[in-house]
Every structure is written in C-alpha cells, then in structure tokens.
Design a protein around this ligand. Structure first.
Ligand code: ADP
Ligand code: MG
Length: 317
C-alpha cells in the first residue's frame, strides 16, 4: 500500500538525534539550529540522480549512505565539524522497502558522526536524492583550496583509485556487488572527517577528491595560483587494486578514477613529517608531490619528467 507523504516522513525520517543544538527539527516549517559562538556555518549540497550518480539497481542502503557521505566529505575537506543535514527526496513511488533500506544507510552514517537529520522535502518524480550538510568551523581554521604555497608538500589520504575501479567492475557486471571490496569502496565511501579536523591549523590547503586525483589537483592548484609536481612512484596503490590490475592501470585508476572521497591536501614542509607521524594506521596519508610556483601539474618518476599518455586518460574518460 502506498504511503502518504506525511506518513513516509514520520515513519522513515523522524528519528531523534539527541543533539541539543537542534532547537526544532523535522515537523515544523523549518528547522531551528543553534550555531556555536565564534564559529562560521559551513554549508554544502550535493545531488545524486539515479542512472547518473547511482545505478538503478543499487542497494537503497548504499544510496542513503552515499548521499550523505559525499556531503560530509565536503565538510571534512573544510575542516568542519558536521552537525545537521537536510534531505530532499524525489521518488517515483513510496516504496516502503526501498525507503527503509535507504533510511538505514543514511542514518547509520549520520549516527556514527553524531549528525542530525533536521528537515527536508519529499516530492514525486524521478529518483533524485539531494542532501544539504551543515556544520561549523572557526573561520580562521577552515581548510580552503586557495592557500597552497610553493614548497608545500602534497598529500593524499587512504587509497584513491579503488572506488573508480569498483564502479567500473560493477558496470561491467564482472563482480558480485554487495561483497566486492572495491565496489564497497564506491558504494560506502567513508568521509574523512577525523582527518579534516586533525588538519585544522596544520594543512595550508585541502579539498576532497571526487572527480579524480589529477583533475582535482589541477583545481586546487588553480585556486591557489600555483602548480604541482607529482611523483608517480609515490602514488598509493592498495593491495586489492594491485592484485587486479597492472601497475600502469593502477596508476591510471589512482590519478583519474573518481568517487574516492579521500582528502588531497598541502602542508608546509616543516610540518609534513608531523602529519605523517600523526596519521592513524587505519588511514595512512601519502606524500605524493610538492607544490611549485609554475602553474600546471607535472608528473615525474624518480626525478624524470614523464608525459601522461593520452590513451590512459581516454580509457577512463
Ligand atoms: P512544508 O510544506 O512546510 O515544506 P513539508 O510537508 O514539505 O512542509 O514537510 C514537513 C516537515 O517534514 C518539514 O519539517 C520538513 O523539513 C520535513 N521533511 C519533509 N521531507 C523530509 C525528508 N525527506 N526528510 C526529512 N524531513 C523531511
Ligand atoms: Mg516542503
């Protein structure tokens, strides 16, 4: 039996969070939220469209996770503490089983990070999920893209490339989606909130990697008015990626894969060793290059400049 809009919201999207800064959550015309004194509001929104950002047969739980994860990743990349989210749902029908699973994915990630769902909108239409994430940070400590300086050391967290390779395997139908570790890295990306916090006052610039490391690094460089030299030998290749792909393909996945939601960040040279030492074993950070005066991104292998072959890029376009 189809659920009405009101029942749907009450049944699936009205869980309390226990956050005391939510003066009024789901149910009124708008939420009433209390921002800590001295902090700036950090706001991000991202939309997932079925068929474009998630596959029509994706487990609804993974869609709920992903919709929130991509937004929390944006807050992580700003060094923000996440607090509240709004959810706009467009659905072709009120399918209770789909909604139950979607809500499980969304709430389990939200609860893990102490984030409250405080409102949203529900309409009929093609399946589209939009999440707005709100958080806060001391403005002087926010991690911006436009503060990288020549001489800074360039880092990336975790294992970029895995998610992109997982998505490709899923598209080709060569793996059992629910169990495959690379597919899970795509469907259940972990927003790097702890790392973002740890980088406040330490990193000079940061962004999250959503469109592929190489392209996103170009964006960071452009925003900062600098360039970068990447050492291809230093690219982190996970054991799982290496097991399945040649070294050359691994490099391409790491550089161009997308959907990683790792953090790409720069650190003044004198602080770089401290950042490496402080990284937890579960989430290593990797030195992959340096920031330079000259604009653009150059690749080298052990000191020798190397052109990225166009074929590699096209393969992943
Ligand atoms: P309005 O007409 O005032 O926009 P709605 O009927 O759209 O109110 O929503 C009623 C309440 O339910 C509001 O507090 C709104 O924020 C909340 N809400 C609607 N859809 C969702 C959703 N998908 N998730 C969470 N809260 C929702
Ligand atoms: Mg509304």
């Amino acid at each position: 039996m189809p659920l009405g809009e009101f029942d749907l919201i009450e049944r699936f999207f009205s869980r309390g969070s226990g956050r005391r800064d939510v003066l009024l959550g789901v149910g009124d015309d708008a939420a009433l939220l209390e921002l800590p004194a001295g902090r700036a509001l950090v706001a991000a929104v991202d939309t997932l469209v079925e068929g474009r950002h998630f596959l029509p047969d994706a487990p609804p739980e993974s869609v709920g996770h992903q919709a929130l994860a991509v937004n929390l990743s944006d807050l992580a990349a700003m060094g923000a503490d996440p607090a509240w989210v709004l959810l706009s749902l467009s659905l072709p029908e009120s399918d209770a089983a789909w909604l139950q699973s979607f809500a499980t994915g969304l709430y389990s990630l939200a609860e893990r990070h102490g984030v409250a769902l405080v409102g949203g909108d529900t309409v009929r239409g093609p399946r589209v999920v939009t999440v707005t994430a709100l958080g806060s940070v001391e403005p002087a400590l926010a991690l911006r893209r436009d503060r990288a300086r020549p001489g800074d050391v360039l880092f990336v967290s975790g294992w970029p490339g895995e998610a992109g390779a997982g998505l490709e395997a899923l598209r080709r139908g060569t793996v059992q989606g629910d169990a495959d570790p690379l597919v899970r890295r795509y469907q259940y990306a972990e927003p790097r909130l702890g790392l973002g916090r740890a980088l406040r006052g330490v990193a000079s610039a940061a962004m999250d990697v959503s469109d592929g490391l190489y392209g996103d690094l170009q964006k960071l460089c452009r925003a900062s008015g600098v360039g970068a030299r990447l050492d291809l030998r230093c690219l982190p290749v996970s054991a799982e990626l290496a097991r399945r792909h040649s070294r050359a393909d691994c490099e391409r996945w790491v550089l161009f894969g997308g959907d990683d939601y790792e953090l790409l960040f720069t650190v003044p040279a004198e602080r770089a060793a401290g950042v490496e030492a402080a990284a937890p074993a579960a989430l290593p950070v990797h030195r992959i290059g340096v920031i330079e005066d000259k604009s653009g991104v150059r690749c080298e292998r052990g000191g020798r400049v190397e052109e990225l072959r166009g074929g590699g890029y096209d393969h992943f376009a």
